[in-house]
Design a protein around this ligand. Structure first.
Ligand code: TXA
Ligand code: MG
Length: 355
């Protein structure tokens, strides 16, 4: 399949670039576009057959439902049931932005979007190119993250082109996304409301508007949930091919960084303050004081780990508040929920288990 690559400024896209994608969406094709979180792989969200192409392109299991991306409050009513104007204004106070809401669906939404569930996930992305694309297509755009199933989400168009060329009709070449971690998903059909996935909207900000919200262990990433809260949770996610170890604490990370031999193929992933001056192989996530920037680089660091000749990666933990909650959730998943001490990693190196 031929994939057209279209360069477009995501903050100020020209009309021609927008129309190229919109006409493909209207014709039932697939388009990879930037959002403020990660790249999405979109199709006409009201066209069941078009949405099936998304599952094919990603190798995504058909029982894992999609998020509908909308560009106006009107579109929300076309796809979902919002109980009250109070609830509507609470939702709108986060939109456009990295919040996905789960609501009862309208009958117009095809089963391929919701995987047969009676709820639908909806969000209005805070990205001018994404909004213009949805607006010009005139339909909600169903889109999961644009990566192949089980690969890390895509936060840079270069990765989208490398991974997805030949699998979709068009890819926007628009550089890096602003947040880098997917949207926070809140279930507004549950009482109390609950977070199904931590993400780029901070829980603290959500609680200020929606009141008390339940945060499940699965949303924190501290446990694999017994019962999948979202169908997506039962699938392996965000997994680099090389093993990634989450150090028990920052001190152990620093001690390993200082004491491990240089020759080993270990990639240290961490904040600038800790990595500065080190001669070890490293991936700089940005300053500790800017967790939003750290979030925007976390998936790229996983991809970098896989692209080099590293045997393993090590990463340090972050405080689990604000943007840190979503960051730690992605790290825990990528590391297969295992933590390590400096001594364990050193022993593995010394025993020749890691060359
Ligand atoms: O930031 C984001 O949310 C990105 C950008 C492209 O918008 N999208 C994204 O989509 O991360 P995806 O498909 O990778 O993750 C959506 C998650 C999945 O875990 C899916 O199971 C869940 O949302 N989901 C979608 N509809 C649902 C529903 N009706 N009930 C429960 N979970 C649902
Ligand atoms: Mg995904």
């Amino acid at each position: 399949m031929y994939t057209r690559i279209v360069r477009a400024d995501q903050d100020n896209p020209d009309r021609e670039a927008v129309m190229a994608g919109a006409s493909i969406i209207r014709a039932g094709g697939t388009v990879i576009f930037p959002t403020e979180t990660v790249y999405g792989l979109g199709a006409d969200g009201l066209n069941g057959e078009a949405c099936l192409k998304i599952f094919m392109a990603k190798n995504r299991p058909a029982d894992n439902p999609l998020i509908l991306h909308i560009s106006s409050p009107d579109m929300l009513d076309r796809v979902a049931v919002v109980d009250s104007s109070d609830l509507r204004s609470k939702i709108m106070s986060f939109w456009p932005g990295p919040l996905t809401v789960l609501l009862r669906k309208q009958p117009t939404v095809p089963d391929s979007v919701t995987a047969g569930l009676d709820t639908v996930a909806v969000r209005m992305p805070d990205n001018p190119l994404a909004l213009a694309l949805i607006d010009s297509a005139g339909v909600p755009i169903a889109a999961p993250s644009a990566n192949l199933s089980t690969r890390p989400s895509i936060t840079d168009s270069a990765d989208a082109i490398a991974e997805m060329s030949g699998r979709v009709d068009l890819i926007y070449d628009s550089g890096r996304t602003a947040y880098g971690i997917e949207s926070t998903i809140i279930d507004l059909t549950a009482r109390p409301y609950r977070i199904l996935r931590s993400g780029s909207a901070r829980i603290e900000d959500l609680e200020a508007v929606f009141g008390h919200i339940e945060i499940t262990d699965a949303a924190r990433g501290t446990a694999e949930s017994e019962v999948a809260l979202t169908p997506g949770m039962k699938y392996r996610h965000y997994a680099p091919t090389r093993p990634l170890f989450l150090m028990r604490n920052v001190e152990e990370f620093v001690s390993l960084l200082r004491s491990s031999p240089d020759k080993h193929n270990v990639l240290f992933i961490g904040c600038s303050e800790l990595l500065d001056g080190s001669t070890k192989e490293r991936y700089d996530l940005g300053p500790f004081s800017d967790l939003r920037q750290v979030g925007s680089r976390i998936f790229s660091s996983f991809r970098y780990l896989d692209s080099g000749s590293y045997e393993l990666g090590v990463i340090h933990p972050f405080p689990e508040t604000g943007y840190g909650l979503g960051i730690m959730n992605r790290i825990r998943k990528a590391s297969g929920h295992r933590t390590a001490s400096a001594i364990e990693i050193m022993e593995a190196m010394g025993s020749g288990r890691i060359e």
